[in-house]
Design a protein around this ligand. Structure first.
Ligand SMILES: Nc1ncnc2c1ncn2[C@@H]1O[C@H](COP(=O)(O)OP(=O)(O)OP(=O)(O)O)[C@@H](O)[C@H]1O
Length: 281
């Protein structure tokens, strides 16, 4: 096998590829765990493992035996402790691998179709404006490439045409559908009362409660776009890829929706990024 030598070490191209893949996987793992409590648990685990290697090298039999037992059940413990993260990781892989080719074609078609549906953001923006001025809490999820059926199924299926009146009625405090998120996909209101995964990040300011955390949580593992109206302040936020853009004006919301949903290159938006998320300053 072709390769190169560093001192006494002979490295083949397969070894180099192996190292690069491990580095890539570790980086993805770090990105996934960054800011969550899981990273602390992971570091704790790593410390115990290094300590185990140390006592083993020093031939401290009793401690090696005890820690060895702990390491023996380590894999099961990791599966239990990190079940959320493992799920997120597999979701991420599933959505981005080449195995999803079929989806790539479907999504390309979907994107082309959505270009002809630009008119539909008008009732959405109008509804958000009304909800914001009446300080009615709202959570609107826009499906993009990742399939959100799992979350639609957690709520009540609607399959209704998008209308301002319907959206405002759903989120009205007296409506039995107001709790949770509304899911919009394929130019339809698919479902209401949907339960989203809540972000476990620790760097989210305390003033953002569960509604905002749920918006961030969903966008950490999917490419969905989420709009939040705060019940407390009436402020409008938009969340994409775990990044929260807070206190958007109606014009900013319109531009952001246009730019994210239709992938056009309208004028750059000076949205106020809250400093939450990987991309935020
Ligand atoms: N996991 C979840 N999925 C979907 N919606 C949720 C979830 N958790 C909470 N919510 C919604 O958020 C509401 C509670 O919002 P909370 O006051 O905790 O959030 P907040 O981010 O402080 O927003 P606000 O500024 O509107 O008060 C719930 O009544 C429910 O409608």
């Amino acid at each position: 096998m072709l390769g190169f030598t560093i001192g006494f070490l002979e490295i083949t191209w397969v070894d180099a590829l192996d190292i690069a893949l491990v580095a890539f996987l570790l980086y993805q793992l770090y990105r996934l765990l960054k800011g969550s409590v899981a990273i602390t648990i992971f570091l704790g685990f790593l410390s115990v493992y290094f300590f185990y290697l140390l006592v083993k090298a020093m031939e401290m039999k009793l401690l090696t035996e005890i820690l060895g037992q702990f390491m023996g059940v380590g894999v099961i413990a990791v599966l239990i402790l990190f079940q959320q993260e493992i799920r997120k990781f597999l979701l991420l892989i599933g959505q981005t691998t080449v195995f999803n080719n079929e989806n790539i074609i479907l999504n390309r078609l979907r994107q082309n179709l959505t270009i002809h549906r630009r008119m539909d953001i008008v009732p959405i923006v109008d509804a958000v404006k009304t909800l914001s001025s009446s300080q009615t809490g709202a959570l609107l999820v826009f499906e993009q490439r990742a399939d959100l059926k799992l979350y639609a199924d957690s709520g009540d299926l609607l399959d209704a045409a998008i209308s301002k009146r319907l959206l405002v009625s759903i989120f009205s405090k007296v409506s039995p559908l107001h709790d949770g998120a509304v899911l919009i996909a394929n130019n339809r209101i698919c479902a209401a009362r949907c339960i989203l995964p809540v972000s476990e990040r620790q760097d989210i300011p305390a003033r953002f409660g569960l509604r905002h955390r749920a918006a961030i949580g969903l966008t950490e593992t999917t490419d969905a776009l989420v709009v939040v109206v705060s019940e407390e302040t009436g402020q409008i936020s938009m969340v994409k890829s775990g990044n929260l853009m807070h206190n958007l004006s109606i014009q900013e919301l319109r531009t952001q929706l246009n730019s994210h949903l239709f992938h056009n290159s309208e004028e750059a938006v000076e949205a106020r990024v809250e400093g939450i998320g990987q991309g935020a300053a």
